[in-house]
Write a protein that binds this ligand. Sequence first.
Ligand SMILES: [Zn+2]
Length: 151
Amino acid sequence: MNEFIELSYDEWESTYKPRKNPVDPDASYDGYMFETYGSELEFIRTINPNHVWTLGDGDDGGMYIWNGYSIINRIGYFITAVPFEDDTTIQVLVSHNWYYCENCQEEMEDEDNLIRDAFQDIDLDKCPNCATPEELATAGFTQTKEGLWRV
Ligand SMILES: [Zn+2]
């Protein structure tokens, strides 16, 4: 039986205790992340596989950490002091979806794909930054001083 566990980044950090990257003190993710090439990858490959985690892009556009050494969609690796159990799949949500605007090449966080769905609905390759107020209204948004609201 393969058990599937979803964790937040904070839960993962406190449960499995990532170790600092000894090769690069300025590594991403508070010094925890390892690159997928060179001496950092060589170091990863010397570690017991049950302590290795892969950072990558999810199919939904979000970014995740999964347990184990993986090559597909990889962005980086982590090593934890606490090993994960065999026969488990652990998925850690690192960041939400991002929306990429074809029109102005802007990239923005798009939790739950609200922006993507709204603009797809009206068949418009734009984003809240470059759409006209009329287009925004058509997509169901209103712009206020506090930010963008879906109505
Ligand atoms: Zn745009």
